[in-house]
Design a protein around this ligand. Structure first.
Ligand SMILES: NC(=O)c1ccc[n+]([C@@H]2O[C@H](COP(=O)([O-])OP(=O)(O)OC[C@H]3O[C@@H](n4cnc5c(N)ncnc54)[C@H](OP(=O)(O)O)[C@@H]3O)[C@@H](O)[C@H]2O)c1
Length: 254
């Protein structure tokens, strides 16, 4: 199967590092043009050449969604084919120990900002397009000590399901749940575990990998290939799905 994305235009959020950057690289590799949104996307965009445009923006800022829409109009003439909804992960912690402000901040990050973004961008996808939400394996199985994610990521998967019903048939909407990929975010979480006394970082990592049937952390490019598939016409009959890319880590059935 070849994904020919020549002439297609995408917005990739959280595109300066990790899963977002790998997805932007994958899309450009298939011929697409990509608007890379992050607080500091310049270096990632420059590495991708003319097909990539950097938009420095803090997606949690009130005007960010309008700025992204304006950049799409200026860069692509309002023709948009897909959006990867992605950004920082929420802080680790336990449900009853977060402050109200931390809960509100996690809601803003995972639901408020994406909803504002899609209000602005979905009209530009009305000719046919695809939205992919980056979630987490916590949509299927809680992760110890990551309770805002455990509670709110399933809500993001529900949002994707609801939007698939409300925006179809023109727009497909899916969520794509990573397990453990080798990115800054996962390295930070592993360091926090080590600091909490769970052994050194290598021991934390070895134990985590041992719980994964494929016995290793994923390479962000392995996530990006699935994201690019969902964003492309190759996935033309796939919508409302919450797909795991986790090396088999989640044990729930199905
Ligand atoms: N990696 C995994 O295995 C894994 C597993 C489960 C869930 N996830 C979730 O998947 C998402 C991506 O993960 P990742 O590992 O790629 O994370 P990452 O390495 O921390 O990268 C996050 C990206 O989001 C951008 N970003 C952060 N805050 C932003 C803001 N306020 N406005 C705009 N952009 C912002 C960052 O760029 P700037 O700093 O330049 O803004 C960066 O490009 C996260 O939500 C994470 O929690 C990841």
């Amino acid at each position: 199967m070849r994904l020919d994305l020549t002439g297609r235009a995408f917005v990739v959020c959280g595109a300066s590092r990790g899963l977002g950057r790998a997805t932007a690289e994958e899309l450009v590799g298939h011929g697409a043009r990509v608007l890379l949104v992050a607080r500091r996307p310049e270096e990632a965009a420059a590495a991708l050449g003319d097909a990539a445009i950097a938009l420095p923006a803090d997606l949690t800022a009130p005007d960010a969604a309008r700025d992204v829409a304006q950049a799409v109009r200026e860069s692509f003439g309002a023709r948009l084919d897909g959006v990867l909804v992605n950004g920082a992960g929420p802080p680790s912690g336990r449900a009853l120990e977060y402050s109200d402000a931390q809960w509100a901040g996690a809601f803003e990050l995972l639901l408020g900002a994406p909803i504002r973004l899609l209000r602005e961008l979905t009209p530009m996808l009305a000719g046919g397009g695809s939205v992919v939400f980056v979630t987490s394996s916590s949509v299927r199985q809680p992760i110890d000590g990551l309770d805002t994610s455990n509670v709110l990521r399933p809500a993001v998967a529900a949002l994707a399901k609801v939007l698939a019903r409300e925006l179809g048939p023109a727009i497909r909407v899916n969520s794509l749940a990573p397990g453990r990929f080798d990115t800054d975010r996962v390295r930070e979480l592993d360091s926090e575990r080590a600091e909490r006394g769970e052994g050194d970082v290598e021991a934390v990592r070895r134990r985590a990998a041992a719980g994964i049937p494929l016995a290793r952390y994923g390479d962000p490019r392995e996530y990006a290939r699935v994201a690019a598939f969902l964003l492309s016409d190759a996935a033309s009959y796939v919508t409302g799905t919450a797909l795991l890319v986790d090396g088999g880590a989640v044990t729930a059935i199905p």
